[in-house]
Structures are given as C-alpha cells and as structure tokens.
Ligand binder design. Sequence first.
Ligand SMILES: *Cc1c(COP(=O)(O)O)cnc(C)c1O
Length: 495
Amino acid sequence: MSIRYQSTRSNAEPISSAEAILQGIAKDKGLYVPTEFPVFDKDFKELANGNYQEIALYVLKKYLGDFEESELKDAVDKAYDDKFDTPEIAPIAKKCGAYFLELYHGKTIAFKDMALSILPYLLTKAAKKLGEDKEIVILTATSGDTGKAALEGFADVPNTKIIVFYPANGVSEIQKRQMITQEGKNTYVIGLRGNFDDAQRGVKALFNDRELNEELNQNGFLFSSANSINIGRLVPQVAYYVYAYAKLLKDGEIQEGEKINFVVPTGNFGNILAAYYAKQMGLPIHKLICASNENNVLTDFIRTGAYDIQREFVVTISPSMDILISSNLERLLYEISGRDGTFVQNRMNQLDEEKRYEIPSQMREGLKDFYGEYATESETLNTIQKVYEESKYVIDTHTAVAYCVYEKYKQETKDPTKTVIVSTASPFKFTKSVANALTRDNQEEDEFRLIQVLADFAKIPIPAVLRDIGQKEILHRTECEKDEMKEVVKNILGI
Ligand SMILES: *Cc1c(COP(=O)(O)O)cnc(C)c1O
C-alpha cells in the first residue's frame, strides 16, 4: 500500500501523494503529512553504491508510491542532470573539522534547486494521473531563493503559469536580478512592498479565498504551490540527507550505524524538517541543529516551548532566513502532539490572533532531537572570515550562520559526533556580504562588479549562471502593495 497524506489540521480522510502534491495546501489550511514514515529496507552500505539519482529515486518511491516507478525515474533523470555543475549533484567538502554538504550546484546556486528542479515534473505528472486538465497556476512567496528556483523549474512548462511575489526591498541585488530577468512566456514576477511574512500571508490568503478559487475554476485554472508547504518539495529534500550519510559511509568517514549531526540554516523549517523525516525513517542522526539568524524565533521555541512572533523583524545578511512564521513547524507540531489535528489547528489560530503559542511541557520531550541557537550579524561575518583563513574555503552567509551555531553547539555540549553543515547557497549569491567579510573593504558598492572582486580575491571560479547576469535584460518591473495581490493575480490571468 502506498503511503497516504493527511492534513495537519483535521482528521479528514487521507489522500494520495499525487492529490496532495496537486493541491499544495489542504482545504482546512493544514499542510499535508505522510500518515506513516517509510523505513529503509536496504542497509546504508548497499545504498552507498548508488549515485545521487539512484538514492533520490529510492526515497521518492517510498513516499510517492502511487506514482509509477518509471514516472519517478523520468522525473529524477530530468531534474538531476547537467543543469547541475557537478555530476555528484551534492558534493561534500571536508573543512574545518566538519563536512559541508554543498546543495548549491544547481541553476540558481541555492539549495531550493534540489527540490524545485523536480517539482514541476511531479506536479504535471500528478495532474495527468488525476485527469486534471485545468491550467496549473503556481503561486509563490519567496524570501529570495525559492522564487528564482521555481521560475527556472516552471519556465515554459506546458499548461502551467508561475507567479512569484518577493519582498521588494528584502532580497539581495543578485537574487532580485536573477528573478526580474527571468525568461519564459508563463513567468510573472512581482515586487511586494512588504516583507517575506507579508508575501507568505498574502499568498496563503489567495489559496484560501473561496470566491477567487471558484472564479479560477470557471476560467479553467487551478492554484498550486511551489513553496515548502507542498509535500512534493519536502520529499525530494529527504534524499540528500540519505545521500550525505551514504557518501560519508562509502568514503570511510563514518562506520555503518554511526550517528551524525546535521546543522541546518533555517527559515521556513522545510529543510530541517526533511532531515527530521529522514531520522524518522531510520537514518542514524543524533542531533538536528537548527541554526537561525537574528530572527531567532525558532531558537527560543526549541529552548522554551514558546513560539512568539511579537518581536522586531530584522533584515539580515542571510535574507533567506528572515522569517518569523516558519510554516513547516506546523508539521513538526503535528508529530510531537501525537498527530493531533485539533491541537495544531488551535495553536495556529492562536498564532494568528495572539501572535504566540506555547506547547505543554510534556510535549517538549518531542523537541529533544533538536538543538536551537542563532548567530548575530557580526558573528556571521567573522565566521566567513575565520573559515576562509583556516581552510581557504569560502562559504555564504547562510552557511556561515550554520557553522557559527555549530561552534556554539560544540562549546556548549562537547559533543564529538561527526557533523554535516548543510550549505544552502553559493557565496556568489550573497557576494556583497561575503566579499566584505573577506576583504573588510566596503568601497565597491556594485554587487555585480563584486562578483569579480570575490573571484579574484579567493581565487575561485565564478559560477557559469552569474557570468552575464549584470547585462541581462530586465523583463519584470511590476510592484504592488500588500492589499493588491489579488488584483495583480486576476490581471495576470485575465479574469
Ligand atoms: C530557503 C533558504 C534557507 C532556509 O530554508 P528553509 O527550508 O526555509 O528553512 C536557508 N538558506 C538558503 C540559502 C535558502 O535559500
């Protein structure tokens, strides 16, 4: 029997994985979760013989059993091909006493490519399986990286349109340029005058707008989501945790069964949740170390059991983690509450109304897999410099948050467990901060010229996708206010 999916907010009948992927979010506003976790039926030594594609296929088959194996294989082969600049797809660098799992070798040089290069295939195959002939409208809020990765994934995919809202002043110059130069007849990019939480809230409201959905329906459209609320994004992310473990085993870095830690620079809690899913499946993981920047809501939650968003929203140099409402935490709450949809529903309502909630003390037991800590802005910059000085290895600001938190973790716990730093972006994606951290020279303001400065200074090659970014034609200029999102979407669809 294939694993089925149910909403985190009700006890409604579970649905198939194809249905869950197509719907994106449940009608009761909950997120889809597997009704059970699959387990490994191969040992890791055996898995370690496979390449990235084989391991990804193995994981996908476990979670998406209502797809044919041939459909999943086709999706995997098309997603993880030479779009990635290394055949390893997710190489591991051993530096500074840790293993850096580089998830930024795809087209947009950030880890969102790992899932968003496969989601369009899963989604269109799901639609076909379910006999859905409406045009799929992907609606996405982005803190910078999801947007571009989703645009790349869905550009010119037949029978889809993709609409991306990004915070107009909340993403890096390079992130913005990557998005507003996006080609593809079905792509729409809008700068929202607000922050990421505004964008995410607005998009969720559109998904849940009955009237709008009805109108869409009548005009032959159907909303779906490329955000990590879509289970079709989460499942492909489980694969690289399994891959990392298998690779370390194969390289003789760890023994079979030996537990390892993962440090995950966290925003919407999607990436670290995928690691938690891997652990539930039986991957030998000791601690899941949740690294935050100064928007440290999750650090406090893990340490106290209180989730409180009544605090200043800080725009940081790791903008993809500038998030106060981490959507995927809802999926963890569901698990640690013993799969209590009513509990989750109530907490989410409370968060909406009172801007905070707490979990009962016995439930905090369920958080013991996690360790939470954060890095300040100056600690982040110092970490980039320190890692470079020690090993000539250049990391981006998000990865630096993770490594800094790892050092704090080691100091606090003295835990000798081997640890993987999940490296979520190329240093070239956040050139200004990285170049400033390394050269301590703020003279050059132009982020595009800084690409060359960074390459020359650290003697590292510029990623191919960035070589001509400064010259690319700007194709998207629309901006809008928070209360105009619905109008903008209707205009795009001509309804
Ligand atoms: C999206 C993103 C994150 C945060 O990942 P979540 O799954 O939202 O927790 C971290 N780093 C980078 C570079 C990202 O793009």
